[in-house]
Design a protein around this ligand. Structure first.
Ligand SMILES: Nc1ncnc2c1ncn2[C@@H]1O[C@H](COP(=O)(O)OP(=O)(O)OP(=O)(O)O)[C@@H](O)[C@H]1O
Ligand SMILES: [Mg+2]
Length: 275
């Protein structure tokens, strides 16, 4: 394993994180007991940068994302956010961090409620995190966010089914941005999209990083996307981090056969940067 010294003062620092799932006792396909999906994972993400988290299906990438968001409990290890150990915080103590840390998921179809207008969807985090905000200010904010992600402001009165996959992912990004987060976990957020649309969304995320200094943990199978997005790359296999380093090092000189295989499996994406 190639490890990289953790730089000082990262926005996110994960140390020796272990996460286990309880498996149902005696199920048809499951052994009774617990299954450790993440084993002693350590990595950090510097402010304003992107770390790509890659690995084959089932390697534990989403589990790490969920543990950071406290959607599932950590078994052991430490998660520090902006210098604070958040691992043991209660839900109410963690609430302020829910404003600062947002997430964008793979499936823009499943993650948008079909009965709500785009305006209601995008303003959801605003209502939770800025309850005092009045309707005119909220609408102005939604219009600004939609414009920012390349959609017309009047999209706010329409419904998710009236948009394409790429447009829906833009709506998810607008929703994630609405609480003015510092950190966004993008879990396979472009995997369901066509390659040309992937490139547009990746460019949009990079523009938003430049404009707002947003920090990303970018989870993907697609090493081509990660290469263009990421300052650093973390490679996972069977719940363990097997390689990590700068994007350039991993791509030019992968240290493990596994990382080499992940690289070989991926076609390059020449259109990125020019879309
Ligand atoms: N709720 C759960 N209960 C039990 N096991 C789970 C649960 N969620 C995930 N797992 C298992 O934990 C392991 C890691 O899953 P995880 O979803 O983190 O993988 P992943 O790297 O995100 O995969 P993919 O690329 O397919 O999304 C897998 O073996 C999976 O089957
Ligand atoms: Mg996953």
């Amino acid at each position: 394993m190639v490890s990289k010294a953790l730089s000082p003062d990262p926005l996110l620092k994960v140390t020796d994180l272990c996460v286990s799932y309880q498996t149902s006792p005696g199920g048809l396909f499951t052994k009774p007991g617990s299954f450790r999906a993440v084993k002693k994972a350590s990595f950090s993400v510097q402010k304003g940068q992107t770390v790509g988290l890659v690995g084959e299906s089932g390697s534990g990438k989403s589990t790490i994302g969920k543990a950071i968001l406290k959607l599932i409990p950590s078994e052991s290890g430490k998660i520090e956010y902006d210098g604070t150990d958040v691992t043991g915080l209660s839900e109410s103590e963690f609430l302020p961090y829910r404003k600062r840390i947002q997430t964008i998921f793979q499936d823009p179809y499943a993650s948008l409620n079909p009965r709500l207008t785009i305006g209601s969807i995008v303003s959801e985090p605003l209502i939770v995190h800025e309850p005092g905000i009045g309707r005119p200010a909220r609408e102005a904010r939604v219009a600004e966010l939609l414009t920012k992600v390349g959609l017309p402001a009047d999209a706010m009165r329409r419904y998710p089914h009236q948009f394409s996959g790429g447009q829906r992912q833009r709506i998810c990004i607008a929703r994630a941005l609405s609480s003015r987060p510092e950190f966004i976990i993008c879990d396979e957020c472009v995997s369901a999209l066509d390659v040309s649309v992937q490139a547009q969304i990746v460019n949009l995320l990079q523009d938003l990083q430049e404009e707002f200094g947003i920090t990303y943990l970018f989870i993907a199978h697609d090493l081509a996307v990660v290469e263009h997005m990421s300052h650093e790359v973390v490679v996972m296999q069977n719940g363990e981090i097997v390689e990590q380093g700068t994007s350039e090092t991993i791509y030019r000189n992968p240290q493990t056969d596994y990382a080499r295989k992940l690289l070989d499996a991926v076609p390059t994406m020449p259109s990125i940067g020019s879309v």
